[in-house]
Write a protein that binds this ligand. Structure first.
Ligand code: SF4
Length: 320
């Protein structure tokens, strides 16, 4: 039986907007009431267009950005309530992989130094470090002969392997992957996805996999959350979501996935208009200006995420 590892409840993150002196203070609600649960050994995919708040959600969970409100319960403890120093203990268990590993690596450090940095930061005794380094390199498919090379000497795929190695060197329980394959060629993407699946099995990892690419998420996730303008609009098991999406936005995203079978008949749903500015979101359901099913209620009342046949959907079409 799988057990609950992480619970995010009503997570909010607002950023203040710059105002002139006499204007009322305004905020961008980048993340607005996101709620989800992650079980041991499970992968949750979070998808949506850029600017929907998915990366901010990931960074808030790790407290790289401080949430405005909400609870993040890890191993029974609300980590939004603990002090920054105490957070170090939890960072050992929750790690992050970024889209471009070069942005988060010191180019002056060798691969060995990059991967051992977290071991030093978490006071892992010196006598264990080399063994862990060698084991980790092997786990991600890098060889010992590459230990003393610098990040710029590697290809994009190998650099992402270094980024993953650094994230798992402390053997965390959860890894938050923020667009980890978006910058890679398709053939390299599948190698990295397979590597992540192997590591999950071998180390019992749980993932939060953030991506704008539904095809990639379909490959790796067990459950999927769809975000729109800072809100979770649908959350379901992967198979349920991809075979029978309910929310009109999810339907449009899925209809845009390229067909793998050329004989497959698939009707593409073209969304009208642009993604509204998060600084000035529409009233009611935030998706209503682009939704073909919008009615009067949608324009004034924002639907809440509700249980519908074993999944969660925020849409008036499915509410009594
Ligand atoms: Fe469309 Fe209305 Fe559902 Fe929003 S609540 S997705 S506008 S039908």
């Amino acid at each position: 039986m799988t057990s609950k590892l992480l619970e995010v409840k009503g997570l909010h993150k607002s950023f203040p907007l710059k105002n002139s002196l006499f204007q009322q203070k305004r905020f961008v609600h980048a993340v607005n009431g996101v709620t989800l649960e992650l079980n041991e050994g499970e992968t949750i995919g979070i998808v949506g267009e850029s600017g929907c708040g998915k990366s901010t959600t990931g960074r808030c969970i790790l407290r790289l950005i401080e949430p405005t409100s909400g609870e993040i319960i890890f191993q029974g403890k609300d980590i939004t309530k603990i002090r920054k120093q105490e957070m170090k203990r939890f960072r050992r268990d929750i790690q992050m992989v970024f889209q471009n590993p070069m942005d988060s690596m010191n180019p002056k450090l060798t691969v060995a130094e990059i991967i051992t940095e977290p071991l030093i930061a978490h006071s892992i005794p010196k006598e264990h470090r080399y063994r862990i380094l060698k084991e980790t390199m092997e786990l991600v498919g890098l060889s010992e002969s590459q230990l003393n090379r610098y990040p710029h000497e590697f290809s994009g795929g190998q650099r992402q392997r270094i980024g993953i190695a650094r994230a798992i060197t402390l053997r965390p329980k959860i890894v938050i992957l923020d667009e980890p394959v978006s910058a890679l060629d398709v053939s390299v993407q599948s190698q990295i996805l397979n590597l992540l699946q192997d590591l999950q099995e071998e180390l019992g990892l749980s993932y939060i996999f953030i991506s704008h690419d539904l095809g990639v998420v379909e490959h790796i996730a067990h459950k999927v959350g769809v975000m729109y303008l800072g809100e979770l609009v649908e959350f379901a098991d992967k198979d349920q979501l991809f075979t029978e999406p309910l929310h009109p936005y999810t339907k449009a995203l899925i209809s845009a996935i390229p067909k793998s079978d050329p004989d497959e008949v698939k009707e593409r749903i073209i969304l009208q208009g642009e993604l509204p500015s998060p600084a000035n979101p529409p009233a009611g359901c935030k998706f209503h200006p682009r939704c073909a099913h919008a009615n009067e209620t949608c324009m004034s009342l924002n639907p809440i995420l509700t249980d519908v046949n074993g999944r969660k959907v925020a849409c008036h079409l499915y509410q009594e």
